[in-house]
Design a protein around this ligand. Structure first.
Ligand SMILES: [Cu+2]
Length: 182
């Protein structure tokens, strides 16, 4: 199952990121020591089990998303709330919106059998461990070109670098992940 969620959509961004190896090598060496966590540059993957669920949290760079049915290579929005931030060049056109700098997604699987859980009631917030500032993620259900196997909950977010506790609730069952965002 782990290999499934590490889908092909990350292949291109990773190879592009090798250009800035200097900075990323340092980040990788810091994050590599945190237990079973897998982190490559700005991409973070954490997983845990909570109640009847296996939860996989992934945080990478902000991603272009498109309406369901539209052609193109971006992730498709299935349902839910739009991001509070704007992508790159669009940010300047909409006053009051910050530029998205991360894409956060939570994959929810049934612990027994591993099936992807659709229509889950999900809440996600990030708590900055230094400032205690809370960022609530507006929940959008999305999927990459892989389709249902990639179905996940989350959104693009604009967030300052730092250490965070990512607190998630799935149908009232909670779990938390420690991450360091750069
Ligand atoms: Cu997504």
């Amino acid at each position: 199952m782990t290999t499934m969620v590490r889908g092909t959509k990350f292949a291109a961004p990773q190879s592009r990121r090798r250009v800035v190896v200097g900075t990323l090598a340092l980040v990788a060496s810091i994050t590599a020591v945190s237990g079973s966590a897998l982190a490559q540059g700005q991409r973070i993957t954490r997983q845990t089990q909570a109640g009847p669920y296996r939860l996989v949290l992934q945080i990478g760079k902000a991603e272009a998303m498109q309406m369901r049915g539209a052609s193109g290579t971006g992730e498709r929005m299935v349902r839910g709330r739009p991001a509070a931030c704007r992508m790159g060049s669009m940010a300047g056109m909409s006053m009051g919106h910050t530029t998205c700098n991360h894409h956060l997604e939570l994959h929810v699987y049934a612990r027994a059998g591993g099936k992807v859980v659709d229509h889950a009631r999900v809440l996600i917030r990030l708590v900055n461990t230094a400032t205690h500032r809370i960022t609530v993620v507006p929940i959008m259900t999305m999927m990459g070109r892989e389709g249902m196997s990639d179905l996940h909950y989350g959104n693009n977010i604009a967030i300052a670098s730092g250490s965070y506790r990512v607190v998630v609730h799935v149908h009232g069952i909670s779990a938390a992940f420690a991450v360091r965002l750069t």
